[in-house]
Design a protein around this ligand. Structure first.
Ligand code: FAD
Length: 304
């Protein structure tokens, strides 16, 4: 727990980042979890995943946004991503964070920006997933999502099983037919809003997964946890829910063996492919999830 919180703290430290990125070997090792800095790097990674029968979601890792002009740059980046998906015939949608589109600056600006991306995606029959950030953004994120979802149905949202509020949010979102990605949650949250114990996060995950599968809407079950995956397979089997009624989702570079195994078993798998210049906080959150990854990083840095 201490290591996890320390890593999450360091994920926001510019000084620690500039210290680490002095090491070429550190930069090399990040490629395991981040596809590269350019759209073309992510497109190439996705082309390879598609070759294995795995679909994807582009995720542009942006810097924290402070101005309206920066939010417009982010919109343009996503419009270019959607062009690239069409141009290269990739089987991929996109994932966006609303803070990148101005959620903290002005919710109306954020809606206007997000609408441009969702509208462009609709032209190609594509889909936009709104990622979920820390708990101070949950209500605002759901609110923006609801506004967009009333206008267009090619947009979905994320629910985190570590939050106490999630069962109510799922109920509220399913009423409007929302497509949900279920994950455990990646941020450091106080016990006032989130289950501190992994066992409770997992138990809530299983309950929410069952509610989602019962809804007959197409959802994403995002996890690398074999116990969560087994619970999903077993519940779907028991309820006669076929493998094309939902998809498993995993992160780029994590449990590639499991991704391929699920495909062979006939399940759908989508991999979230992050790219961009500002990869550092994302990378540190992945280390925090599994501190054993620090060993992997250090071994590679020593070798490099
Ligand atoms: C497609 C996708 C989208 C996501 N979107 C969001 C989002 O919008 N908001 C949000 O808060 N979180 C998001 N997450 C992150 C998520 O909340 C978890 O932090 C992350 O998935 C780890 O949880 P887990 O379910 O894999 O289970 P855990 O209990 O954390 O891990 C189970 C097992 O998975 C493997 N594993 C997990 N993480 C790693 C890792 N980093 N490196 C190597 N092995 C690992 C290990 O074998 C571990 O024992 C997303 C995750 C996925 C897969």
């Amino acid at each position: 727990m201490l290591t996890r919180n320390l890593l999450l703290y360091l994920s926001e430290s510019r000084r620690f980042k500039s210290f680490l990125t002095r090491f070429k070997a550190f930069n090399n090792v990040t490629k395991r979890f981040v596809a590269g800095e350019q759209i073309s790097d992510a497109a190439e990674a996705i082309r390879q995943l598609n070759g294995k029968g795995i679909t994807a979601s582009f995720d542009h890792l942006g810097e924290s946004i402070k101005s309206e002009a920066e939010t417009r740059d982010e919109v343009n980046e996503y419009l270019r991503v959607l062009e690239a998906i069409d141009k290269h015939g990739l089987d991929s949608n996109v994932s966006v964070k609303l803070t990148q589109l101005g959620l903290d600056i002005d919710p109306d600006l954020c809606i206007e920006n997000a609408r441009k991306i969702v509208e462009r995606a609709a032209i190609s029959n594509n889909f936009v997933r709104i990622d979920m950030e820390d708990s101070t953004k949950t209500e605002a994120t759901i609110h923006v999502f609801e506004r967009l979802r009333r206008e267009m149905d090619n947009v979905g949202i994320v629910i985190q099983s570590y939050l106490y509020r999630s069962a109510k949010d799922v109920e509220r979102l399913l009423e409007m037919g929302a497509r949900i990605r279920l994950c455990k949650g990646a941020y450091s949250e106080p016990a006032t809003v989130a289950y501190p114990r992994k066992a409770d996060v997992d138990a809530n995950y299983v309950e929410l997964m069952q509610t989602l599968l019962d809804s007959e809407i197409y959802h994403g079950i995002a996890t690398h946890d074999e116990a969560m995956i087994a619970a999903t397979k077993s519940y779907a089997g028991k309820r006669g829910i076929s493998t094309d009624r939902f998809e498993f989702q995993m992160l780029f570079g994590i449990r590639r063996d499991l991704q391929e195994k699920l495909i062979k078993e006939g399940y759908r798998v989508r991999v979230y492919v992050p790219y961009g210049r500002f990869w550092y906080p994302y990378f540190m959150r992945r280390l925090a999830e599994r501190p054993a990854n620090i060993g992997f990083v250090l071994r590679n840095m020593i070798k490099g």
